[in-house]
Write a protein that binds this ligand. Structure first.
Ligand SMILES: *[C@@H]1O[C@H](CO)[C@@H](O)[C@H](O)[C@H]1NC(C)=O
Ligand SMILES: *[C@@H]1O[C@H](CO)[C@@H](O)[C@H](O)[C@H]1NC(C)=O
Ligand SMILES: *[C@@H]1O[C@H](CO)[C@@H](O)[C@H](O)[C@H]1NC(C)=O
Ligand SMILES: [Fe+2]
Length: 444
């Protein structure tokens, strides 16, 4: 039974017209510097349950052994409660949380519930139910020890391509999903956020989805909607408070020997900013004996040889690159550019075996299409680049070794188009020695 609400269709349409009348320049917001493959069909995933049933269920990690369960109900008198346990249909524990909602122009969101459950055992399947009734969901907690498998994919959207990417991801198990920005491409049409929540629920209700924001999450309209990230911050709460951050736009978390930092490309990042100071504090507090792997995600890439979005991450790179370099961060993932590109280890535009390895993975399946043109000749810093949809997997094998692979969608499930082994910088005596010298010589 498809819920048929005319306002869902008509209001976004009117808003769209209004938008382009007010801001005609946004029609070609990506510019003409590069061509893209024809855009794929946008999918609207309708609401097919009753108004009191939980929908758009997704989970995210909170601290060492807790998980936040988030969902939405159309009906307002539903409870923010999660019952859970390790046996199907038997819920030995329950947690009560809170809820929020927001208005966006004429749109009113449903009741958005957030409930933190735990403590949970690592590497364990739990069965859970939201709101005291409705369908049962299950989740698996990540392991507390290595190995651990991350899936990484940005610019996901909600198209046929997105479906294909999610299907490929689902064909092989993993522990944690990492998304470096641009989720729904709702672009101010709020019902598309709900549609996105329904599309990803079968995946995001089973494994933690840890996300950071992209430009498509900003959603400001001058005068009418001055507050940025209204929908994103209401729907996708991440564990920022637990990591000492005061903003949902940047945070960190630790899981199985890895310290993961989610940065915000669309909030202040200069040396006086709160984000910068938080990043300094966060990096200083990493214990490489406990988390030898340090991984950063952000939206607008600092290194990019595609014609698309050239230079957009440059001011953030200039502000923050030195912090990451001094901390001997292992890898930096970005999205935004709708293609795949793997770089060598870099610091300040030069190969540096003590710098992070950079990867752009903005090829999830958004409706804008692929960024097809790369700059020629290929920079020696760029090791592999391709404009195809796909996803990445990072398997951290042990304290010293990790394996990265990029899986292209338009091949059989098992096809790995690019892959590389990495050594953790925590283990490199040379890099820590070099750092001491650089600091004592005043070079950093
Ligand atoms: C997680 O559990 C599975 C199955 O119970 C087991 O095979 C695997 O080794 C465990 N992983 C870790 C890291 O403990
Ligand atoms: C935020 O974190 C602090 C310190 O960890 C904690 O005392 C406080 O209860 C947290 N607040 C919320 C709303 O979770
Ligand atoms: C870590 O994994 C790599 C790759 O499988 C292996 O060669 C190496 O011996 C492992 N190191 C330890 C300490 O187990
Ligand atoms: Fe983007």
């Amino acid at each position: 039974m498809v819920k048929c609400n005319m306002s869902l269709v008509v209001i976004p349409f009117l808003l769209h017209i209004l938008w382009f009348l007010m801001f005609p320049h946004t029609i070609q917001s990506q510019g003409n510097a590069f061509s893209r493959q024809p855009t794929s069909q946008f999918i609207f995933t309708p609401h097919s349950l009753s108004d009191s049933d939980p929908e758009q269920v997704h989970i995210s990690l909170v601290g060492k052994d807790h998980m936040r369960v988030s969902w939405i109900t159309e009906e307002k008198d539903t409870e923010s409660i999660v019952e859970y346990g390790t046996k199907e249909g038997e819920y030995s524990k329950k947690s009560i949380g809170d809820h929020t909602s927001y208005n966006y122009f004429l749109y009113k969101s449903g009741k958005i519930h957030h409930v933190v459950i735990g403590p949970l055992n690592p590497n364990t399947t739990y069965f859970y139910r939201c709101g005291g009734s409705g369908p049962e969901f299950s989740l698996k907690t990540p392991p507390s020890k290595l190995p651990i498998d991350f899936v990484v994919v940005g610019d996901l959207g909600q198209t046929e391509w997105t479906k294909s990417t999610l299907k490929h991801i689902d064909s092989k198990d993993y522990d944690v999903f990492l998304l470096p920005g641009d989720l729904s491409y709702a672009d101010s049409h709020q019902p598309f956020w709900d549609s996105y929540g329904r599309l990803v629920e079968p995946y995001a209700s089973r494994r933690p989805w840890m996300v950071t924001e992209g430009n498509h999450e900003i959603e400001t309209i001058p005068i009418i909607q001055p507050h940025a990230f209204k929908s994103y911050n209401a729907r996708w709460i991440m564990p920022y408070n637990e990591s000492g951050s005061t903003s949902n736009l940047y945070y960190s978390f630790e899981v199985a020997s890895s310290h993961i930092i989610m940065l915000g490309s669309y909030t202040d990042f200069d040396a006086q900013s709160k984000q910068y100071k938080w990043l300094q504090y966060d990096l200083l507090n990493i214990d490489r004996n406990i988390t030898p792997w340090v991984i950063v995600l952000l939206h607008a890439p600092w290194y990019n040889t595609n014609e698309a979005h050239q230079g957009e991450g440059e001011s953030m790179r200039q502000a923050m690159e030195e912090l990451l370099y001094e901390a001997r961060v292992d890898m930096v993932f970005a999205g935004h550019v709708h293609a795949y590109e793997r770089f060598t280890q870099i610091y300040d535009n030069k190969h540096d075996s003590c710098g992070p390895l950079y990867i752009t993975i903005g090829d999830g399946g958004n409706r804008e299409g692929l960024a097809l043109k790369f700059k020629q000749p290929q920079s020696p810093l760029s090791m592999y680049r391709e404009s195809s949809f796909g996803h990445g997997r990072l398997r951290i094998v042990n304290e010293t070794h990790a394996h990265w692979s990029w899986h292209r969608n338009n091949d059989a499930d098992a096809f790995v188009a690019d892959n590389v082994w990495m050594n953790s910088l925590s283990n490199s005596k040379e890099c820590w020695e070099t750092l001491k010298q650089q600091v004592s010589h005043g070079e950093l």
